[in-house]
Design a protein around this ligand. Structure first.
Ligand code: PLP
Length: 434
C-alpha cells in the first residue's frame, strides 16, 4: 500500500475541506490527526456527535449488535433493535406523535415527511422559509434556500414550493425601519403576516399540504425565532387544516438544552423530523407522526433498503439512554448559558460582533462591519482560520457565511469551554485589523 496521502487526489473534491489533514481517531470532544496533533472538535460532525466521539456505551451497543444481526429490510420482518428504539423514542417525543418511519439521512426523512403530507392531505403545495436548509436531494434542495450554491445549476426544481421570510429579528425589515415601534420583543408579527399573505396571494389554503420549518434555523444562520412565531404557525395550520412539519435534524437530541427544540416554544407539530445525532454517527433518520396521519399513507408506497438498519437502531437507542442517564440535555442548557454569557461580554468589547443568539449549545455569533449591520463573511472566515491554527474547529453558517456557529458535543465541561473561548478571544485580537 502507498502512503495515505497518495490517495487524496481521488477523493471527490465537491466540497473544500476545513482541515487539510488526515484524521485517524476521535474520543470525546477531541479528534487526532496522523501526526498526533489534537483538535478540539466544536463542529461535532455538523451536530452529529452530541454524545462525543466514540462514546463507550454507544460503541459497545454497536459491537454487540454487529455480532447478532447487521441488517433486515424493514418490510421483511420486525427486528428487535427497531422496537427497542421506538420504546426509547416514545419517552422523548411529544406523546401525540405515536408512530415512526425510519430512513437513513436528514434529507430522506424530509422527503418522507413531505411525501406523507401530500398523500395524507390530498394537497400539493408546501410553504418553507427563506434561509432554511432541508437537504440536498432534488426534492429537499427545492425546499432549501439558505445559500445559492445549493440551487445554482440544478434548476428547474420541484414545483409547488412557496417561501416566506423566517422570523429573523436581528434583520427584521419592519424593526429596522422603525425600531421604536417594531421588533419581535415588542410583539411584531411581520413574519406571520407574510405567511398569511402567501396563503392569500400564491398558495390557496385548500391546496397547501404543509408548512415546513426548522424551529431554530441551522445552516441559515443559527437564528432563534420568538415563541409567538411558532405558536402563530400552529394556529395558521389549525385554521386551514395544514400539516405542521418541524425539521429537528440539527436542533434535536439535546442540542438546544431540551430534547427537542420545539419544547422551548410549546408547540406540537403533526410531523417531527429527526436525524444527525440520533445514532451518534451511524446513518439513521426518522419521522414521528400523529398515528391518524400515518394511517393515511398508502402501505408500501414509500420506503428503502436500509431505513431503520439494525446496527443504527441499536446505536440510536444507546444514544438516547446516554443522553438521559448522563444528563447531557441538562449539560447542554447549563454550558449553553455559560457560553452565551461569555460571548455576550465579548460582543460588548468587539464591534465586529453584531449579534449573539442561541438555545443550549446551538449558538451563533454574527459578524458585521463595525458601525452597522452589513454582514462580514470575511471576518468570520478569518476568525475560523485563526481558531483552526490554534487547534479549535468551528464552522460558519448563514447566507453570507458571516455567522460562527458553536455546536460542541454535549459532554462538554468547564475546561473544554475555557480552552475554546480563550482560543476564540485570541482570534478576535489577532484579526482585529483584518
Ligand atoms: N435538515 C436540516 C435542518 C439540516 O441541518 C440538514 C443537514 O444539515 C438536513 C435537513 C439534511 O440532512 P442530511 O445531510 O443528513 O441529508
Amino acid at each position: 500500500m502507498n502512503n495515505l496521502e497518495d490517495y487524496l487526489p481521488y477523493v471527490s473534491s465537491i466540497w473544500p475541506h476545513l482541515l487539510e489533514t488526515i484524521i485517524v481517531r476521535g474520543e470525546g470532544i477531541y479528534i487526532w490527526d496522523k501526526t498526533g496533533r489534537r483538535y478540539l472538535d466544536f463542529t461535532c460532525g455538523i451536530g452529529v456527535t452530541n454524545t462525543g466521539h466514540c462514546h463507550p456505551r454507544v460503541v459497545t451497543a454497536i459491537r454487540e449488535q454487529a455480532g447478532r444481526l447487521l441488517h433486515l429490510q424493514a418490510n421483511t420482518a420486525y427486528h428487535e433493535p427497531m422496537l427497542l428504539l421506538i420504546a426509547a423514542l416514545q419517552e422523548v417525543v411529544p406523546s401525540e406523535l405515536d408512530t415512526f418511519f425510519f430512513t437513513n439521512s436528514g434529507a430522506e426523512a424530509v422527503e418522507s415527511a413531505v411525501k406523507l403530507a401530500r398523500q395524507a392531505s390530498g394537497r400539493t403545495n408546501v410553504i418553507a422559509f427563506e434561509r432554511s436548509f432541508h437537504g440536498r436531494t432534488l426534492g429537499t434542495m427545492s425546499l432549501t434556500s439558505s445559500k445559492i450554491i445549493y440551487r445554482a445549476g440544478y434548476q428547474p426544481l420541484m414545483p409547488a414550493v412557496f417561501f416566506a421570510p423566517y422570523a429573523y429579528c436581528y434583520r427584521c425589515p419592519k424593526a429596522e425601519a422603525n425600531p421604536e415601534m417594531y421588533g419581535f420583543d415588542k410583539g411584531c408579527d411581520w413574519a406571520l403576516e407574510q405567511v398569511n399573505f402567501l396563503l392569500k396571494s400564491q398558495t390557496a389554503p385548500e391546496e397547501t399540504a404543509a408548512i415546513l420549518l426548522e424551529p431554530v434555523l441551522g445552516e441559515g444562520g443559527y437564528i432563534v425565532p420568538p415563541s409567538h412565531f411558532l405558536l402563530g404557525l400552529r394556529e395558521i395550520c389549525n385554521k386551514h387544516d395544514i400539516l405542521l412539519i418541524v425539521d429537528e435534524v440539527q436542533s434535536g437530541f439535546g442540542r438546544t438544552g431540551r430534547f427537542f427544540a420545539l419544547e422551548h416554544f410549546g408547540i406540537v407539530p403533526d410531523i417531527l423530523i429527526m436525524a444527525k445525532s440520533m445514532a451518534s454517527g451511524l446513518p439513521l433518520s426518522a419521522i414521528a407522526v400523529r398515528g391518524e396521519i400515518m394511517n393515511r399513507w398508502k402501505p408500501g408506497s414509500h420506503g428503502g433498503t436500509y431505513g431503520g438498519n439494525a446496527l443504527a437502531c441499536a446505536a440510536s437507542e444507546a444514544t438516547i439512554r446516554v443522553l438521559q442517564e448522563e444528563k447531557l440535555v441538562e449539560n447542554s442548557a447549563r454550558f449553553g448559558k455559560k457560553l452565551m454569557d461569555r460571548l455576550n461580554s465579548l460582543k460588548e468589547s468587539n464591534q465586529c460582533i453584531g449579534d449573539v443568539r442561541g438555545l443550549g449549545l446551538m449558538v451563533g455569533v454574527e459578524f458585521v462591519v463595525p458601525g452597522g449591520r452589513s454582514p462580514d463573511g470575511k471576518k468570520a472566515k478569518a476568525i475560523q482560520k485563526s481558531c483552526l491554527d490554534d487547534g479549535l474547529l468551528l464552522l460558519t453558517c448563514g447566507t453570507d457565511e458571516n455567522v460562527i456557529r458553536w455546536i460542541p458535543p454535549l459532554i462538554i465541561n468547564e475546561n473544554h469551554l475555557e480552552e475554546a473561548l480563550n482560543i476564540f478571544e485570541h482570534a478576535l485580537k489577532v484579526t482585529a485589523n483584518s
